[in-house]
Design a protein around this ligand. Sequence first.
Ligand code: SF4
Ligand code: SF4
Length: 104
Amino acid sequence: MTIEIDSLNCSGCGNCAEICPGGLISLVDGKAAILRPEDCWGCAACLKECPDSLVSLRLPPALGGRGGFLKCRREAGRLLWLYFQGPGDGEPLVVDGEGREDGY
Ligand code: SF4
Ligand code: SF4
């Protein structure tokens, strides 16, 4: 399990690097990059902290069918989880945090 970062659109805010408990993300030339993807355990903290939804969690086939990936987006103070089976898929499956105290 590992993440992918859309570094082309990264503003370099550093949120994902700060939150990663394993220190796996750094800013390289002002853009976020995962330095040791093999050490990522998929906690998804970095997904939740990116203000522009630029971090994706790549799912293994056992969890995501053919593979697939998770993204998340903040909307109206809530965090929406988006599951895609592959690039170019149609509508994402949206799982929001409604009913949870922390909104996650
Ligand atoms: S998913 Fe968790 S362990 Fe993996 S890079 Fe993001 S914050 Fe670090
Ligand atoms: S949180 Fe998002 S915008 Fe900020 S450094 Fe990480 S990938 Fe870039």
